[in-house]
Design a protein around this ligand. Structure first.
Ligand SMILES: [Zn+2]
Length: 69
């Protein structure tokens, strides 16, 4: 199931990656320790979106069944 917000980010030119390895590691760790507010599952998937032109960075912690990948 694709979430509309992720599809919109890709349409706006975002790429599915972090701006740098350090950011990737930090935010990936935060998501791994996060708990889903809907099903209370612990250990969420890190979904980074980075816009190479604007430098905009959006990161989401997603429950595995709802992940875009
Ligand atoms: Zn969940």
């Amino acid at each position: 199931m694709d979430s509309p917000i992720f599809a919109n980010l890709i349409a706006d030119g975002y790429e599915q990656r972090a701006p740098d390895p350090e950011t990737d590691a930090i935010d990936r760790g935060i998501c791994a320790e996060s708990v889903c507010m809907q099903c209370e599952k612990e250990g969420l998937l890190y979904q980074p979106y980075y816009h190479p032109t604007t430098g905009s960075y959006r990161a989401f912690c997603v429950c595995p069944p709802n992940a875009a990948t």
